[in-house]
Write a protein that binds this ligand. Structure first.
Ligand code: DQA
Length: 140
């Protein structure tokens, strides 16, 4: 099984950025934990701050991966282009947010990409990525 994690804008600063919301661990460190938790799954990781690069990545991997774990970060709330990209590929996409977006500012309560996603996980910190991979492996 091969799964692609895609992180959107500002998530390169995990561990530094607003640690009271997003925690103190950088994603590269967490990736080791994740790979240890799923030794039989190949987990690829991509991060970009640019909407177009995220779309290109979804197109590139969306026809041969067994699933995509996507934290589109702020694009979640307004990128119709990302919604369309998710709709365009075959791989099931699980939307993940580290924070509980429903406990935060009103503009974070709505996700424009959720309708195209298999499911949504939010509010469990970085553990949300593990929950998403676990959900994807159960789809098989
Ligand atoms: C986020 C929530 C978004 O509202 C925010 O713009 C992010 C991160 C999360 O993981 O909690 O950058 O997707």
């Amino acid at each position: 099984m091969r799964i692609q994690i895609i992180n959107g804008p500002n998530l390169n600063l995990l561990g530094i950025r607003e640690p009271e919301i997003y925690g103190k661990k950088g994603f590269e460190d967490y990736l080791h934990v994740l790979r240890d938790a799923f030794p039989k799954i190949r987990i690829d990781y991509f991060q970009s701050n640019s909407e177009g690069e995220l779309i290109d990545k979804i197109h590139e991997v969306g026809f041969d991966r067994d699933g995509i774990v996507l934290n589109a970060a702020a694009y979640t709330h307004y990128s119709i282009a990302l919604l369309d990209a998710i709709k365009s590929v075959n791989a099931p996409v699980v939307e993940v947010h580290i924070s509980n977006i429903h406990q935060r500012e009103d503009f974070r309560h709505h996700s424009v990409i959720s309708p195209a996603c298999k499911g949504v996980i939010c509010g469990f910190g970085l553990d949300g990525y593990r929950l998403a991979i676990d959900a994807l492996q159960r789809l098989r």
